[in-house]
Every structure is written in C-alpha cells, then in structure tokens.
Design a protein around this ligand. Structure first.
Ligand SMILES: Cc1ncc(COP(=O)(O)O)c(C=O)c1O
Length: 407
C-alpha cells in the first residue's frame, strides 16, 4: 500500500524499521494457517490422519509450542530433537523417531519413554532394538523405512534416490519385517518412506501410493504381517509453491483414499517440514554496500549464507520494505567473503540504495536450524504473535561471548 510493504494490514515499516538488523520474524498466524489448511484438506478423505511436524526444518521452542497447541505430532532425528519435543510438552505417543544411525543411548531413551513411532533403517538397528526391548521387557512397535519401487524417470527427479544412504530397498526390507514378526519383543507396525523435498507433483503420489498399496498387500497376504501405519514422510513444497503448480492438498487426500485398500483400518502419517514453516518466516536486512562490476549491479546485505543456507531447494525472494521505483537488475549478496554467499541472482529490478531495508520471504525452512556463526553473530528472532504484536524470542549472538567461547 502506497509502495510500503504490508503484513496482515499493518505497515511493516511502522514496527520493524527501529529494530537492529538483521533479524528473522516468525509469523505465528501463518504457521497456524498452514497447519490447519494441511490437516483440514487431507482429513476430508483420510479417516485416521496423523500430521507430525519435522522439527529438523526449524526447531525453535516457539514453533514447537504452536505445534503442541495445534495437536500436531513431532518427527525427530536425534536425542536433542527428542528432548526439545518433550520440553514443548509433546506426548511420547505423538513422537516419530527417524534416522539411519541412532545411538544405543538414543534407542534406550526411546524405549524407556515408550516412543510410539520408531522408524528403523537397517537390520543391525532392528537387532539392537530387539536386544534393548528384551532388557527393558517391552514389545516395541517398529516401522521400516523403505526405498520404494519407482520409474527411472521419477527416481531422477528425486533428492533421495535408489543408492541413497537412507532407507532400505523394498525387497530387502521384507527380511526386516519378517524378523520383527518372529521376535517376541518387536511388533511390525508400519511402512515409512520419504524421498524428496519441494515436491509439487500429483503424479508422483499416484505412483508411490500404487506401489505402497501392493507392497502392503504382499506383506499382509503373503507374509501374514499386519500393517497399521503408512508413513508418507514429508517433502511437500510450501503452500505458495504448490498453488503455483496447481497442486491441491484435497486432491492428495483423494489420491490416498482411492489407492489405499481398507483405509479406515490404517493410520496415514505425514511429516511435513517445509510446507508448514518455509513461508512462516521472513527476514529483515539492511543494504550495507552497492557496487558495479562486469556490467552487473550488486547489493550486499547484512544477512548472509551462514543464516540463509544456499540450499538447492530454497525459495527465498527479496522485496523492498519501501518500493522507490524500478531500477537496474541487481544481484543480492550477503556480507561473507565467500562466492556462494548469494541470496538472489539478478532477479530483482527495483531501485536499491545503501541503507535500504529489504525483506527476504520464505526463509523458515532449513535456515535457523542449519545456521552457522561463520564469522558473524547469528541474527535475533522475533515472533509476530496472534495479536499482531512483536515479541523477541531469541537474542542475536553476542560478539564478546562468541570471542570468549573461542578460547
Ligand atoms: C524422514 C523425514 N521426514 C520428513 C522430513 C521433512 O521434509 P520436508 O521439510 O521436505 O517436508 C525429512 C527431511 O529431511 C525427513 O528426512
């Protein structure tokens, strides 16, 4: 409005520009809306749906409290993440524990706490869980992470391919299901699969679900192994990216219900990370320097790739806090003395001057949780709460403390 960026009807300038840059801003309402849209659309078609937030995407306590309020489960990959989920009050019955090389300590903790969804990634892990379950005197339900059978063309489009370190090929996985069935301390409960991120294709889900349904039928009919849980992992792109690609969550729900036999007897699990959190964060940054070189204009911001990790699947977008008119196409780079520290490559053509404030959109997924100090303090984090008020939720790193910590 009047060339000033608005957020939920407020001019961003009015309450952001006095804050010291750079900083992240968590949009609590957006996270909430994303979670409700996700669940409501799928629930129309899936009677027993369990949505579990993948906290590796961003594990700030404030997000976890929101997840708890929204009655989401939590998907974790380490003892640290498991303890974060506990601190936020997530019950053990709503925690999924994934990972290819969990430690004995992590597994003992999981068994002791009666973690409901334990995903197994190898035969040796299964045997270790059996030993620990015997010692503790429990019967542990387990889910096996498989790599499904997909067309070569589909495999090529995926981040996690056949030869990946994650999961077990679907034929070998049968041995793990059979082993678990024979054990007095293991109970095979589910099939898990997760092979990509930023997924935008309904065709992929048709292929995956067709395969999973026949795989589960084989397990049930040929091997007499009952499968209660089908975990479809995470991997969906954010809402705005899905909208651009005409992907509809309700259609995904329909796909699941039409492909899975006896769906009313199964629990269908999703572990979204990016979908819930990517567009729930923005960052505010100041332009420190501009220059021209090789015919290009550059603007250097005070946030860099140590916070905005340059991932292949990120969807950062740079917009001005105040639009002052069109200008030359400009590359946006961070302050790091590193060539990879580029936030946007000739994709903006608004007028940019030193001291201008810019907003980076879509920066909630795999940024804060993967960030490095790398020469600079990590930025502060604020939340725009449900009453549209700003709250500091994490201070920026303090340079003197950083110096002391290095000695
Ligand atoms: C097992 C598992 N589930 C869920 C996720 C979340 O993926 P995304 O953020 O793409 O939804 C990941 C991400 O690596 C994962 O490894």
């Amino acid at each position: 409005k009047n060339n000033k960026l608005q957020l939920y009807g407020n001019s961003l300038e009015s309450f952001l520009s006095e804050k010291r840059t750079p900083f992240f801003l968590f949009l609590e309402n957006r996270f909430r809306d994303n979670a409700l849209v996700f669940r409501n659309n799928l629930q129309k078609f899936i009677p027993n749906l369990f949505v579990s937030y993948a906290i590796k995407a961003n594990y700030l306590g404030r997000i976890l409290y929101n997840a708890k309020k929204l009655d989401l489960g939590i998907e974790v990959m380490s003892l640290f993440e498991l303890k974060l989920a506990h601190k936020a009050g997530i019950p053990n019955s709503k925690i999924i524990f994934n990972g290819p090389a969990k430690t004995r300590e992590e597994l003992e903790f999981a068994l002791e706490k009666d973690i409901q969804y334990l995903n197994v990634d190898s035969m040796n892990e299964l045997i270790l869980i059996e030993t620990l379950a015997k010692k503790t005197g429990v019967v542990q339900p387990i889910t096996i992470r498989i790599h499904p059978q997909l067309k070569e063309k589909t495999e090529k489009r995926m981040l996690i391919r056949k030869n990946s370190k994650l999961g077990i090929d679907f034929t070998r996985a049968i041995k793990l299901f059979s082993y678990a069935k024979k054990s007095a301390h293991l109970k095979p409960a589910g099939v898990h699969t997760h092979i990509g991120t930023n997924l935008t294709s309904h065709d992929f889900y048709d292929e995956l679900l067709l395969f999973l349904n026949s795989y589960i039928k084989d397990l049930e009919n040929k091997h007499d192994i009952e499968i209660k849980e089908i975990n479809l992992g995470g991997g969906l792109a954010s809402k705005s990216v899905l909208d651009q690609n005409e992907f509809q969550l309700s259609r995904l729900g329909e796909q699941v219900s039409s492909h899975i036999t006896n769906i009313e007897d199964k629990i269908i699990i999703f572990e979204p990370g990016r979908y819930l959190i990517e567009d729930s964060f923005i960052a505010l940054t100041k332009v420190l320097r501009t220059k021209k070189s090789w015919g290009r204009k550059w603007a250097f911001t005070d946030i860099g790739a140590n916070s905005l990790i340059p991932m292949r699947y990120s969807n950062y977008k740079v917009v001005p806090l105040n639009f002052k008119g069109e200008g030359q196409y400009t590359n946006i780079g961070g302050p790091l003395c590193l060539p990879v520290d580029v936030i946007s490559d000739e994709s903006v053509n608004f007028d940019i001057q030193e001291e201008d404030l810019l907003i980076i959109l879509n920066c909630g997924a795999y940024t804060i949780s993967m960030s490095e100090q790398f020469g600079y303090p990590r930025p502060a984090i604020y939340a725009l709460n449900q009453d549209n008020a700003l709250e500091l939720i994490k201070q920026a790193d303090d340079i003197d403390t950083m110096v002391n910590d290095s000695f």
